[in-house]
Design a binder for this molecule. Structure first.
Ligand SMILES: Nc1ncnc2c1ncn2[C@@H]1O[C@H](COP(=O)(O)OP(=O)(O)OP(=O)(O)O)[C@@H](O)[C@H]1O
Length: 525
């Protein structure tokens, strides 16, 4: 039955909580969901995974929802994706029941998934079954008669950094390709154990840290609420210093956004020398540490390497195609770059005049087996987003260095500033600002100006010690004059910020991203 016919039917799916199967009815009355959208609200947990796989195996389209969304945004996403049913866990019962009522959506509780023994012996039949059943689930979906590879499987909403969040539709085939590509690129294996502390409604947490590891038969251990102390502690338990042998459930892979690593370093700096040496030792033992979702500042990369011995593997991705470019697992990981196209991914750079450039500056366009199918209910936007040959226009301005590694200059409509005829990358200026020893965080953006088109504005969060010194001396932690004079031998004169704001913190979303459109609005009133 075509998806639209199924949707025309009344929404009467109810999963009873008492195990009474008689009330379980599918959207088409046979238990098959025919592409109906199923919202999933659960903290990162086995229940969330059960919700996703259960939806797929029943022919539904999973829509992971974030509880961190304000209610209006949650309602927007639920209404926009025409959710037929919400699956949630006990802890979100009240709020989700009330929200579901507001959008006339069915609501059901996900039953608790019993915990399984962590220790997996690949020789034992039970554990063998367990890992293979998890890893073969995605492939199995493809073999189900009613479900085709091209059918929608997942709708993820974009962060809304550049506009209102759009529903990005991924197919079963695309998801399978992506988990295979990542497994191959980063050597994910059944011996791996991931410590997962990212939200699941974005591709980084969902694909890189959950679906691809599950596909590879790895163990994923959730830390639903990121805790600096908790992460260091978990690594130290995995690899105790002082000659004790490593734990059987040792963490081997970690992936995070740049702010996660910044916070881990702040935690490290507040430890005593013995704790620091235990933490450094433990972190060094992990197999792989990765970073992405926004630019990894060079001072952060260097400091992390000093403390843990890990040169973070930086990669580049987007809701629409998941991951496309990556520094290598083996080989040079170049700071300030996001590496080269992953296997089976094609990347090209298109200049303003529509022609392709091999080494110039332009818009990154991607063709990949993991490309999304469409924006949900936005056929015109979908059409506008592709160029001939099926390449997706990312909206990111990029270039390529002498070794063919891609450099992300930023979102064309938020990070590329037009100042007195020059096109400047806010990310490039931010990277330089972060080398200043007073600056902890920084966001650079262009503000409208009659004479120059735009002027460069830097919002700076000073480091704690600089703030303290400033408080004691009753003067600002940094002045525009001091910043200008420091920048002179690091940046061309037209790249030096001419407006400076000192803030206590930068507003960031769940993925640690700064919404520059919102900041611009705020600074222009
Ligand atoms: N390693 C990286 N370095 C720099 N930027 C990155 C990196 N990884 C991802 N990004 C940025 O994140 C963007 C993708 O994130 P996402 O799909 O969440 O979209 P968004 O820009 O945050 O939101 P929206 O599409 O709603 O505007 C990329 O287009 C790029 O600008």
């Amino acid at each position: 039955m075509p998806v639209d016919d199924a949707l025309a039917k009344p929404r009467y799916t109810v999963i009873s909580q008492d195990g009474d199967d008689s009330s379980i009815k599918g959207i088409n009355g046979t238990g098959f969901l025919c592409g109906a959208r199923i919202g999933i609200v659960a903290k990162p947990s086995a229940e969330f995974v059960a919700g996703i796989f259960g939806t797929w195996l029943s022919g539904g389209v999973a829509v992971p929802l974030a509880l961190s969304y304000p209610e209006v945004e949650l309602l927007h996403v639920m209404n926009d994706s025409d959710i037929s049913m919400v699956l949630s866990t006990k802890e979100h019962h009240e709020i989700m029941e009330s929200i579901s009522t507001k959008c006339s959506t069915r609501y059901s509780l996900l039953p608790a998934v019993e915990s399984i023994p962590q220790k997996i012996d690949p020789q034992e039949p039970f554990s063998g079954e367990l890992t293979s059943s998890v890893s073969s689930l995605i492939a199995e979906i493809d073999s189900l008669k009613e479900i085709k590879g091209d059918d929608p499987a997942l709708i993820l909403y974009t962060s809304g950094t550049t506009g209102k969040p759009k529903g990005v539709v991924h197919t079963h085939k695309g998801i399978l390709s992506q988990v295979q590509i990542l497994t191959e690129a980063w050597g994910y294996q059944s011996e791996d154990q991931f410590l997962h502390c990212l939200p699941l409604h974005h591709v980084h947490g969902l694909f890189n840290a959950l679906l691809a590891p599950l596909y590879s038969g790895s163990v994923v251990e959730f830390m639903p609420k990121f805790s600096v102390r908790g992460v260091w502690q978990r690594w130290c338990e995995s690899y105790p210093s002082g000659g004790a042998s490593k734990s059987d459930e040792a963490i081997t892979v970690f992936t995070g956004v740049p702010t996660v690593y910044t916070r881990l370093l702040q935690g490290y700096d507040s430890m005593n020398p013995d704790q620091q040496s235990a933490c450094s030792y433990a972190a060094k033992q992990l197999r792989l540490m990765m970073c992405g979702s926004s630019a990894l500042p060079s001072p952060l990369m260097k400091r992390w390497e000093e403390v843990t011995g890990h040169r973070l593997l930086e990669r580049y991705g987007m809701t629409e195609f998941v991951m496309a470019l990556s520094n290598p697992l083996h080989g040079a990981r170049k700071e300030g770059t996001v590496g080269k196209p992953l296997l089976r991914v094609e990347a090209k750079i298109i200049m303003d005049d529509g022609t392709e450039t091999k080494a110039g500056v332009g818009e990154l366009c991607i063709r990949s087996p993991s490309l999304f199918k469409e924006y949900w209910k936005r056929p015109e936007v979908t059409e506008e987003s592709f160029i001939d040959g099926g390449f997706f226009k990312t909206g990111d301005t990029v270039t390529v260095d002498e070794d063919g590694y891609f450099v992300i200059l930023g979102r064309t409509n938020a990070d590329i500033m037009k100042v007195g005829g020059y096109k400047l990358s806010a990310l490039e200026i931010e990277a330089v600002m972060l080398e200043h020893d007073t600056i902890l965080e920084c966001a650079v953006l262009g503000l409208p100006d009659e004479a120059y088109g735009e002027v460069i504005c830097a919002i700076i969060v000073p480091k704690e010690d600089a703030k303290e010194r400033a408080r004691q001396g009753s003067e600002p932690a940094l002045t525009l004059e001091a910043l200008t004079s420091w920048s002179k031998d690091k940046l061309a004169p037209y790249k030096i910020p001419t407006r400076l704001y000192l803030w206590d913190s930068l507003p960031r979303n769940a993925m640690g991203k700064v919404n520059k459109k919102e900041l611009k609005k705020l600074l222009q009133v």
